[in-house]
Design a protein. Structure first.
Lengths: 362, 342
């Protein structure tokens, strides 16, 4: 019996070092052909040119807690402008002794938003919690009850004002938009034409003109001695504007629902409202989550336009700080900070919408 | 930016059309103000030294203190005042619609505003004028040598028009660099994007003071416009107009009489009949205005005389570092002059 011994051990050959590990990744992702190589090199060059000077300016030479005068002498970034004026930028004219109230109101809002992120906790009670939360927030801001000194809404400002304009604007605009969308699909001509006129008129003018009208022209039409709060006027303009856009998005969703769904509902004997509430809207609204959220995000950013009617939202409080001679000239730092605040809010909204889409499997 | 301007222009036109429909307000303003318990004052909101909140959100400025003086005159309490920040476009409408009782927002008194706009300007609380600032490197000594210069200027104000007029009358060419925000405008100038920065002289001084290197810039001697800045009220309520007018005049007269917030209590014992009438020791002035006899005392005690208010907000020890100039008393070569309080 012959035993065949293997002549030599077979060893698994490893792939060449150039195609695995870090090197392999770099080769396959960054230098896999000549134009990608060129792009990589160009990007690297730009990064080398931009990043070190930026870090130099922002971090190494940055001033974090100095006076404006010291900043003017320094070559680096002047983050002190944020540090020294954070109270005014964040809360505007709200009395300093009472500023825990808007802070608490904002924290309450964030807590509610975080809880609402988890779909398992969606229930009737969360709805009530939101209602109660909004009332408590209003109470905290306005005061005048439970021993809290009243704070006139003229003194509201900064981030709380931005959030109030957005949160109330969006929560009021959404249902109004859905109603408008249904109106546009209505079989009753009067309702249909009224909503079409409304939607097209609002969509035909820029938000800025609505704000101007609410701030400048509207007060002249009121009877003598009657004035309506500037914030409420701006808030109504924002709601009217956003609702028209939401309506068009929702209409898209309604039109995407096959006719069979309506007919099936009718054959079951459901009336109009039952059809809409049980069959059509749940499907339609689900389809339009992505465009709705992008409208909400842009509406959130649009609230900064109230600057032009001198409402002290977070953008205006920052600009006001910049016009103080001590801090004049550090607009780059101040606007970077603002951009960060807006980015955090908008990013939160867009991740939420993506999560929602995934969970609802649309 | 251009749409915004068009809309603003449209808004102003609409306002002008609706103006004749406004009803008269005779005697109503004081009663309305007393009923609500505070004076509503329209202010600038982002003009350092005239009307701007500080880091704590407390209103500061010459115009703001004028508003406080009116509150002190009406209520005997300078804190009974509510400030409403307004943009240049909003300011006159806010007054017309009754949203504010008085406008203290560095508004220039002009004929058309006094008549067609339906406003009444009272005594001027700051005499300003437009000037030019240049870099020393330019080697220019007079504004007449600025032919062909690029000029940084704010859009949509009388400032822009004044520059155009000045260069045209002197037969010179210029190129505007138009930037909306005051702070950005200054930044552009210091970065060398334009040869000349033009603005009201009060602002130029402040801008120069905070530049990276103040000694490198000069303010040229020419003042090319008259900008008498004054508080304004609505047409049709003469009593309210008088109250606002004499609140401003009281601060000027007090400086002339040597009454300050520090010595006002001692001055009550003064034997000078002018001082006695002014402070309400000899009665009569308050009744004529429909106010408390102590109205002038309250203004000086709580806000101060014009000199104090000037030095506190825009004077040489502030960031603006302005000299009195035209705003000195008439006895010291300025234009501040009050009729007798009797």
């Amino acid at each position: 019996m012959t035993v065949y011994e293997p002549i030599e051990e077979f060893t698994d050959l490893k792939p060449p070092v150039t195609s695995i590990g870090v090197l392999g990744w770099i080769r396959s992702k960054l230098f896999n052909n000549w134009y990608n190589s060129l792009l990589t090199l160009a990007t690297l060059y730009l990064l080398v040119k931009v990043v070190p000077p930026f870090i130099d300016w922002a971090v190494i030479n940055g001033n974090w807690n100095t006076t404006g005068a010291a900043c003017h002498q320094s070559k680096g970034a002047c983050w002190s402008i944020i540090h020294a004026n954070i109270r005014f930028i964040m809360f505007g004219f709200y009395p300093p002794t009472e500023q825990w109230r808007p802070l608490l109101a904002m924290m309450l809002l964030f807590a509610l938003l975080l809880v609402s992120r988890n779909r398992r906790w969606w229930s009737k009670y969360l709805g009530f919690a939101w209602l109660a939360g909004l009332v408590v927030m209003g109470l905290l801001m306005k005061g005048g009850l439970f021993g809290l000194p009243a704070v006139d809404s003229g003194q509201w400002g900064g981030l709380p004002l931005t959030l109030i304009l957005s949160v109330f604007g969006l929560t009021a605009a959404y249902p109004l938009g859905v109603i408008l969308a249904l109106g546009r699909q209505s079989r009753m001509p009067a309702i249909r034409y009224l909503t079409i006129v409304y939607i097209e008129m609002i969509r035909g003018v820029p938000l800025i003109s609505l704000l101007f009208m609410s701030a400048i022209i509207f007060p002249l039409f009121l009877p003598e001695g009657v004035t309506i709060n500037k914030i409420i006027r701006a808030q109504v303009a924002i709601i009217m504007f956003t609702a028209a856009y939401v309506a068009e998005v929702v209409r898209g969703g309604l039109q995407a629902i096959p006719k069979g769904q309506y007919e099936a509902a009718e054959s079951l004997g459901l009336n109009y409202w039952q059809t809409m509430r049980l069959i059509v809207l749940p499907q339609a609204l689900k389809i339009v989550i992505p465009p709705t959220v992008s409208i909400l995000i842009s509406a959130f950013k649009d609230t900064s336009l109230v600057v032009i009617i001198a409402l002290y939202d977070i953008l205006k409080t920052t600009q006001s700080t910049l016009s103080n001679p001590e801090w004049m000239g550090f607009s780059t730092e101040a606007y970077l900070f603002l951009a960060l605040v807006y980015f955090i809010c908008c990013y939160f909204m867009s991740t939420w919408s993506r999560k929602l889409e995934k969970e609802l499997q649309t | 930016m251009t749409t915004r301007k068009k809309i603003a222009a449209l808004a102003v036109m609409l306002i002008l059309v609706t103006l004749p429909a406004m009803t008269s307000w005779a005697g109503e303003t004081l009663n309305a103000v007393r009923a609500k318990g505070y004076v509503t004052v329209g202010v600038n909101g982002s003009l350092f030294g005239f009307g701007q909140p500080d880091a704590k959100g407390v209103w500061k400025g010459l115009d703001v203190d004028t508003g406080r003086a009116i509150a002190a005159a009406v209520f005997g309490d300078a804190s009974k005042v509510k400030f409403i920040p307004l943009t240049a476009v909003q300011r006159f409408t806010a007054l017309q619609s009754g949203e504010i009782d008085v406008l203290c927002r560095n508004a220039t008194r002009t004929l058309s505003r006094d008549t067609a706009m339906g406003l009444n300007f009272v005594t001027v609380n700051y005499y300003d004028g437009q000037g030019f600032m240049v870099s020393k490197k330019l080697g220019v000594k007079s504004a007449k040598e600025l032919d062909g210069a690029t000029v940084c200027v704010l859009p949509g104000t009388t400032t822009e028009q004044n520059v155009a007029d000045f260069f045209r009358t002197n037969g010179m060419k210029w190129k505007p660099v138009v930037i909306e925000q005051t702070a950005e405008l200054a930044k552009a100038f210091f970065a060398g994007r334009c040869d000349v920065l033009t603005s009201d002289a009060s602002q130029l001084a402040g801008t120069r003071a905070v530049s990276p290197n103040p000694s490198e810039y000069v303010i040229l001697p020419e003042i090319i416009s008259k900008e008498p800045l004054a508080p304004a009220v609505r047409h049709g309520d003469d009593q309210w107009r008088d109250i606002v007018d004499y609140a401003v005049l009281a601060m000027i007269d007090a400086e002339e009489l040597g009454i300050t917030s520090k010595n006002v209590d001692e001055m009550l014992k003064s034997k000078n009949p002018k001082v006695q009438r002014f402070l309400g020791v000899i009665k009569g002035n308050g009744k004529s205005l429909g106010l408390d006899e102590k109205f002038a005392y309250n203004i000086i005690k709580q806000v101060g005389n014009y000199g104090e208010v000037f030095e506190r907000n825009v004077g040489v020890n502030t960031k603006l570092g302005l000299k009195r100039g035209l705003n000195a008393l008439w006895t010291q070569g300025g234009l501040m002059y009050s009729p007798p309080f009797k």
